[in-house]
Design a protein around this ligand. Sequence first.
Ligand SMILES: *Cc1c(COP(=O)(O)O)cnc(C)c1O
Length: 308
Amino acid sequence: MNLHFETPLMESRALSVLGNQSVWLKLDALQPCGSFKIRGIGHACAVHRSRGAQRFVSSSGGNAGLAVAYAGRRLGIPVVVVVPETTTERAKELLHLEGAEVVVHGSSWQEANQFAQTLLGATDAFLHPFDDPLLWHGHASMIDEVAQARFKPDAVVLSVGGGGLLSGVVEGLQRNHWHDVPVLAVETEGAASFHAAVEAGHTVELPHISSVATSLGAKRVCEQALHCVHEHPIRSLVVSDFSALAACERFLADHRILVEPACGAALSVAYDRHPALANYKKILVVVCGGATATIDQIRAWAGRADCR
Ligand SMILES: *Cc1c(COP(=O)(O)O)cnc(C)c1O
């Protein structure tokens, strides 16, 4: 049993006519809990259950935690999510909706995560939001679906936070023998930990995260993300928060789907006709989704002077 859906793959006419190239969307915003995360987390949770796990523990107040909560509910396994005090009421409400126990601890994700580790007993499974081969394996199903639809893009555009999605998509491209399909890996300014790693040649810890794209806010990417650069053609792009937010607004108007700025980052590359797309005829954008932002929040951020 898969916990994720097979999502629609469709052309965006609005984006295609903008750039004189065809732009296709993999609509993972339509997954249960609103993001691609359930692909990898659902797979990991199913594996942990088959190995006897009796409880799932997460320290993510974002889409990863939501996916764990959903997977636990579907599999009949209790879930505890430890989140820092900074977590929004909305995120806690979404976790409660999925029936998870929410424990608020500490003033940062680091503190919440450390506390989560102390809770772990012998029959508990800890679900990391991005650094786990089980996750990458599950995320790769997205590319299997694209290959089964017999649509081979000239390039794939996606967002990078901790690099789990990137690692999974590269695994998917490789297992479908699409070694020649490059990935454009997009981050926002202030959350560009993959860009910093590519520049330095090793993973780097950012001193702080300043982007509104909170789902991209991993201070350091997983080693696998950097490893992918040696295995596959990947180009790192960085866009502004304002571009990501504007893309959310335009995507809502064009496709009636609200996504987080984390997803707007990838969409902005297509909306802004980024020069990196110039050589491609068929582009696939991974619409990774995200359930934690509201339209009011996105508009408030977009109106803030420091985003311009
Ligand atoms: C988790 C997430 C990302 C980033 O994925 P990583 O695997 O951390 O790189 C991007 N967008 C959304 C909506 C997410 O939930």
